[in-house]
Design a binder for this molecule. Structure first.
Ligand SMILES: Cc1cc2nc3c(=O)[nH]c(=O)nc-3n(C[C@H](O)[C@H](O)[C@H](O)COP(=O)(O)O)c2cc1C
Length: 200
C-alpha cells in the first residue's frame, strides 16, 4: 500500500492530456500496489500563489522571528512540503506552456525549494532533502520535442529533472504525450505515451 500524490497543473477542467496520461499512470500504480491512497493537489483551483515579499522574507528567517504575515504566507509552502513528505510516490501532470511548465507549477516549485527544509548546502555542494520518493511525470505538448531540431526547445523535461533532483527526488521517470495540438498525431501520440508507461 502506497501513498500517491497527484499534482495537477493544467487548468483544463476536461480534456487535459497531461491529466489523462497521469490517470493512466495512477491506474497502473493502483493495480501494482492494491489499497494505495491517492491525494490530489490541483495547483490551478485555487491558484497556487506566486511569490510576494512576505514569502521571501519568511523563507530566510528562523520560524521564531516570523511575523504573522510571514507565518500566513508560508502556509502553502508548509502544506505542499508536508504532502510531498507524506507521499511515497508523486505523479506530476505537466503541460508544456511557452516551451516550459505552466507558471502555477513553477510557483509550486518555488514554494517547495526551501533552504534548510528541502535542500541544504554542504561542503560538497547542495544536498536535496526529499529522499526515497518515486516520481512519474506526465508531460503533454502541442508539438513533438522528443526528436529532431525541436528537442533543443524543450524546457519542460530538463527543467523538471534538474529541480526535482536538486531537492532530492532523483528517481524520476518521464512519459510524454506529444503532438496533442495536431489532430493527425493526437490519437497515436497519446497511445504511444500510454504504451511507454513503465513503473519500474
Ligand atoms: C498557454 C499555452 C501555451 C502553450 N505553449 C506550447 C508550446 O510552447 N509548445 C507546444 O508544443 N505546445 C504548447 N501548448 C499546447 C499544449 O502543450 C497542449 O495543448 C497540451 O496538451 C496541454 O496540456 P493539457 O491538455 O494537459 O492542458 C500551449 C498551450 C497553451 C494553452
Amino acid at each position: 500500500m502506497k501513498k500517491v500524490l497527484h499534482i495537477i497543473s493544467s487548468p483544463k477542467v476536461s480534456g487535459s492530456f497531461s491529466n489523462k496520461l497521469a490517470i493512466e499512470i495512477i491506474e497502473r500504480l493502483l493495480i501494482a500496489n492494491p489499497g494505495s491512497k491517492v491525494i490530489t493537489q490541483d495547483l490551478t483551483n485555487p491558484a497556487f500563489p506566486h511569490f510576494e515579499q512576505a514569502h521571501i522574507d519568511g523563507f530566510y528567517k528562523p520560524p521564531e522571528l516570523h511575523t504573522d504575515i510571514e507565518k500566513n504566507a508560508l502556509i502553502p509552502s508548509n502544506e505542499a512540503i508536508k504532502k510531498i513528505m507524506d507521499a511515497d510516490i508523486i505523479v506530476i501532470s505537466a503541460p508544456m506552456y511557452s516551451f516550459t511548465i505552466p507558471s502555477t507549477l513553477k510557483a509550486w516549485f518555488d514554494h517547495i525549494s526551501r533552504v534548510g527544509v528541502t535542500f541544504r548546502y554542504t561542503d560538497h555542494g547542495p544536498e536535496g532533502l526529499i529522499k526515497n520518493k518515486k516520481v512519474y511525470v506526465a508531460i503533454s505538448t502541442g508539438g513533438v520535442y522528443s526528436d529532431g531540431l525541436a528537442k533543443a526547445n524543450d524546457f519542460t523535461e530538463p527543467y523538471l529533472r534538474t529541480i526535482l533532483n536538486f531537492i532530492g527526488m532523483t528517481d524520476v521517470k518521464f512519459f510524454r504525450a506529444e503532438g496533442m495540438a495536431n489532430i493527425n498525431l493526437q490519437e497515436t501520440g497519446f497511445q504511444k505515451a500510454v504504451d511507454s508507461i513503465d513503473l519500474s
